[in-house]
Ligand binder design. Structure first.
Ligand code: SAM
Length: 406
């Protein structure tokens, strides 16, 4: 699956995007190629080694196969192939940010100037003084991004957003599309197909970062007022200017999804995209309760993320669990082992109104329509089980959907 999309798309330019000069680009292409090599060549070797050497070793002592990702790690931790994979993968993650950061540091003044002179698209930015960032975000550099989402101290408020914008494009190897917006676009398509009579006029995106996934909602539901919140001032600030630069009106606000100050029943639709795994055990139930409070009767909440572990084989769980161990994602595994449906029920949604589903990746559908891509190939991808190293299960994003009773 990886080889189909690697380098298929270059990132779309927009006024706030910093790519850097030819040297920066060369470093970035190197990192993409390295990440592609890890996915296409190293991971299959790792899987084969696990299935042969690690399982056999575990069997010798336990007379059975590893039953879960913890036992799988125990069986595999000392294996040189696994250790090499972990080391190269971690290096590629550090290099990803390194390849972008110089170009951004050199262009901060330029970026500030551009932000001041953008044409207006009708969106807004609201920052409350004294806002307290939750510790699960302020205390670490999630996925090794220097300074984390909130950025290092004493740098421009545009720095971290610019770093994330280019960094995510390199990380995703084309899977997020030219605007890094595949999750939002896929969720929009899913809503339009599965709820054709649902016409939201007020939409909230929680944990929007720089609005990658938010903008498709503004584009595809042009009648709706679209709001987007995040706990990082740096991210919503850059997100605001990026949206204005792309001509889409979004109302960005520095706010915590656990408790916002929007009035009860403010929104028809509340979405999040890869937010939940970056929160915490205590925060997630509060976020679901806040969605319940903020939704109008009949309104829908949709949280898109990777699937729960109980849908996956032990090896895939192990590879994903590495994000917790080696990519500064402390809640990554715990979230996937949390009963999200029970959490939504506790928040007040009725059991029969909650489900998991798959939103086909918009990018795959786009590829399926292109000349170089056949219907058969698209179907083959859609039918695949989720395996470690892929971005989404069988060519689709996992979505938790709950509708508030009327
Ligand atoms: C992986 S990023 C989300 C990416 C974004 N939704 C997208 O699709 O491009 C997770 C984001 O959630 C934000 N976040 C974490 N906890 C939050 C909370 N309690 N309230 C609002 N935002 C939160 C982080 O600051 C970070 O920007």
């Amino acid at each position: 699956m990886s080889s189909n999309l690697l380098n298929t798309f270059q990132q779309n330019e927009h006024p706030m995007l910093v790519v850097g000069d030819a040297d920066d680009r060369a470093r970035q292409e190197f990192v993409k190629s390295l990440k592609g090599y890890i996915q296409q060549d190293i991971l299959p070797l790792v899987q084969n080694t696990y299935q042969t050497r690690a399982i056999a070793k575990f069997n010798k002592t336990h007379k059975r196969d590893p039953q879960d990702f913890k036992e799988a790690r125990q069986a595999f931790a000392d294996d040189p192939i696994f250790k090499t994979y972990l080391s190269v993968n971690r290096s590629s993650q550090e290099l990803q940010w390194f390849s972008v950061i110089d170009g951004i540091e050199q262009r901060m003044d330029d970026l500030e100037e551009k932000a001041k002179n953008l044409p207006k698209a009708g969106g807004s930015l609201k920052i409350d003084e004294g806002f307290v960032v939750p510790k699960y975000i302020s205390e670490l550099d999630i996925h090794c991004m220097p300074g984390g989402y909130c950025g290092p101290k004493d740098v421009s408020k545009l720095y971290s957003g610019a770093l994330y914008d280019r960094g995510v494009y390199i990380y995703a190897l084309g899977y997020m599309g030219p605007n890094n917006d595949d999750m939002g676009r896929s969720v929009c398509n899913y809503i339009k197909r599965n709820y054709p009579d649902f016409n939201p006029t007020s939409i909230l995106d929680m944990g929007c970062t720089i609005g990658h996934s938010t903008l498709p909602f503004a584009e595809l539901f042009p009648e709706a007022e679209v709001h987007a919140i995040d706990v990082s001032e740096a991210c919503v600030t850059y997100g605001h200017y990026r949206a204005e630069g792309l001509g889409l009106p979004v109302h960005f606000k520095l706010a915590n999804a656990e408790k916002t100050d929007y009035p009860d029943e403010s929104f028809d639709l509340i979405v999040s995209h890869i937010l939940l795994h970056e929160t915490s055990k205590n925060a997630m139930p509060k976020i679901f309760k806040e969605c319940m409070r903020l939704l109008k009767p009949g309104g829908i909440m949709i949280h898109a993320d990777l699937p729960p572990f109980d849908d996956m084989d032990v090896y895939t769980q192990l590879i994903l669990d590495n994000e917790t161990w080696y990519n500064n994602e402390p809640f990554w595994t715990a979230m996937r082992n949390t009963d999200q449906i029970a959490t939504a029920v506790e928040a007040g949604f009725k059991r029969e109104d909650i489900k998991f589903d798959t939103a086909p990746m918009a990018i795959m559908e786009l590829m399926a329509q292109s000349e170089s891509y056949s219907e058969e190939k698209a179907q083959e991808l859609a039918d695949r089980e989720f395996t470690a190293g892929e971005y989404a299960p069988g060519g689709g994003w996992e979505v938790l959907i709950a509708q508030k009773a009327v």
